[in-house]
Design a protein around this ligand. Structure first.
Ligand code: SAH
Ligand code: SF4
Ligand code: F3S
Length: 473
């Protein structure tokens, strides 16, 4: 009997890309291949790419450069480039790296296994990029695809594909297409199936989760069904929380302009929804926010944040901020530093603005900010963010937190790592605990990016739920 072919998937992008990678891995497994953790052992290497910033592009072409000599030694090796950069660069991927076998866009993940087979049979490279996600064919819509999870206790669930916003800096609408919501029943069914497989934590994914369902309501109206505008995302949060076996529900990202009181109420009331809000600020300057087309002012942002904090006990807040957007002045940066300090984030991802061809901001060349100036502003922002992260973490010393155990820490195998409900990494000392189990840990130390602690107890699984879903049934 011949050995099955082995595949290796590397994900470069965001959580939505990780979810697509799990889909691609599921399809390859269903096709008889087996997963390997070593790229060097693989007969098929899948690179699931990102193009949000320029360094993401560079990383892909760097990796393809390394794979070229590997392919010269092993001509049977197949290389597939999938994801957002494939969608953006299309044939350019083959022009820059002719040894790639398959280039697959973001709208046709379901074709991964077929295209690898076709390319192998014909001995030629294939580029297949669609402009829109296939949604009218239920066998092909993401819900129906197999999936291979990275860890057995946590699942991603994309609830909404694409984005209808037009932030001036952002390439996502160009590579992920228009906003399409997956039906509630499909999502709840997927989460229930994951829970039956042992998943206890689910993260709902969308570029603007608060507008989830807008298209479903419009479609129902077109079909003549009586509908009212319902806060579908809030209802979805409660429904996913009601699934038996699900202990934690997370989501990313809400858009500050669209976050509704119903979402905040669902976070406050549904016990499974974790006390963590990732609310991307992007800038604290109203002038820059307007140029970015973000649809809110700093004051409005801070008001919404205050409302969320008032309603949700012990809420952790994280954010994304861009430094060096075209035309950014010293005053704009001062304002961003002020707003960031006032927001008192638990953690934050600061980014240096990276021009993406085809976006509105990339054309504002005459207003680009000098690299040295940007580097200095970036360092100043990092100081403010680290200070507030450390302060937020120090306030937790002495508390007992529930963690979901992930396994031994990378640096010290005698130390275990877990995640709190606020999504903080907590390193703690304990004898072995099964990854995927829950424990309570007393926090004894704090750093800007993690907490330290000692085991208090192991937490038993909760009893069966009796709540009924609101929307499904
Ligand atoms: N849909 C999410 C953002 C997804 S992209 C939202 O609207 O909040 C993730 C983050 O990458 C963004 O929040 C932004 O801070 C950053 N980003 C996007 N485009 C960028 C660019 N051209 N340069 C630098 N950072 C960028
Ligand atoms: Fe990009 Fe804006 Fe859409 Fe987020 S909301 S994906 S930043 S266009
Ligand atoms: Fe990157 Fe695409 Fe996500 S561009 S950030 S992988 S949606």
């Amino acid at each position: 009997m011949t050995e099955p072919r082995r595949f290796f998937v590397r994900t470069f992008g965001c959580q939505m890309n990780e979810y697509d990678s799990e889909r691609i891995a599921g399809l390859l497994e269903a096709d008889g291949l087996v997963a390997t953790d070593e790229a060097g052992d693989a007969d098929v290497v899948v690179l699931n790419t990102c193009c949000i910033r320029e360094n993401a592009d560079n990383k892909l072409y760097g990796t393809l450069g390394h794979l070229k000599s590997e392919k010269e030694r092993r001509p049977d090796l197949q290389i597939m480039v999938a994801g957002c950069l494939a969608q953006k660069d299309r044939e350019v991927v083959l022009e820059r790296a002719g040894h790639v076998d398959v280039v697959l866009g973001t709208h046709n993940v379901h074709r991964a296994a077929e295209l690898l087979q076709e390319s192998r049979a014909d001995g030629r490279s294939i580029v297949e990029i669609l402009e829109e996600t296939v949604i009218d064919d239920h066998d092909r819509f993401p819900s129906a695809l197999p999936l291979r999870r990275e860890v057995p206790w946590a699942a991603w669930a994309t609830i909404q594909i694409g984005c209808d916003n037009a932030c001036a800096f952002c390439i996502v609408p160009a590579v992920r297409g228009r906003e399409i919501s997956r039906p509630v029943a499909d999502i709840v069914r997927e989460v229930a199936a994951a829970a039956r497989d042992g998943v206890t934590e689910v993260t709902l994914l969308g570029q603007n989760v608060n507008s989830y369902g807008r298209d479903l309501t419009l479609a129902a109206r077109h079909a003549g069904e009586p509908t009212r505008v319902r806060p579908l995302f809030a209802e979805l949060l409660r429904d996913v929380g009601a699934v038996d076996g699900i202990r934690r529900v997370r989501f990313t990202s809400p858009h500050p302009k669209d976050i509704r009181p119903e979402t905040i109420a669902a976070m406050a009331e549904a016990p499974e929804v974790c006390e963590h809000l990732h609310l991307p600020l992007q800038s604290g300057s109203d002038r820059i926010l307007a140029a970015m087309h973000r649809g809110y002012t700093a004051e409005r942002y801070l008001e919404r944040l205050a409302a969320a904090r008032a309603a949700i006990d012990d809420l952790a807040v994280t954010t994304d901020i861009i430094i060096g957007f075209p035309g950014e002045t010293e005053d704009d940066v001062e304002r961003t530093l002020e707003v960031a300090a006032e927001a008192a984030y638990d953690s934050a991802y600061p980014f240096i603005y990276s021009p993406r061809a085809g976006t509105e901001a990339a054309a504002m060349v005459d207003q680009f900010v000098d690299g040295d100036v940007v580097a200095d502003r970036f360092e100043r922002l990092k100081v403010v963010l680290e200070r507030s992260a450390l302060a937020a973490h120090e306030r937790r010393i002495g508390r007992v937190e529930e963690v979901l155990v992930e396994g031994p820490s990378r640096k010290d195998p005698a130390v275990l790592t877990g995640r709190t409900r606020q999504n903080k990494l907590l390193h703690f000392t304990a004898a072995h605990l099964r990854p995927g189990s829950y424990a309570t840990v007393r926090v004894t130390g704090a750093a800007p990016h993690h907490l330290r602690g000692e085991l208090v107890d192991v937490v038993a699984p909760p009893a069966h739920k009796t709540r009924l879903p609101l929307l499904v049934g």
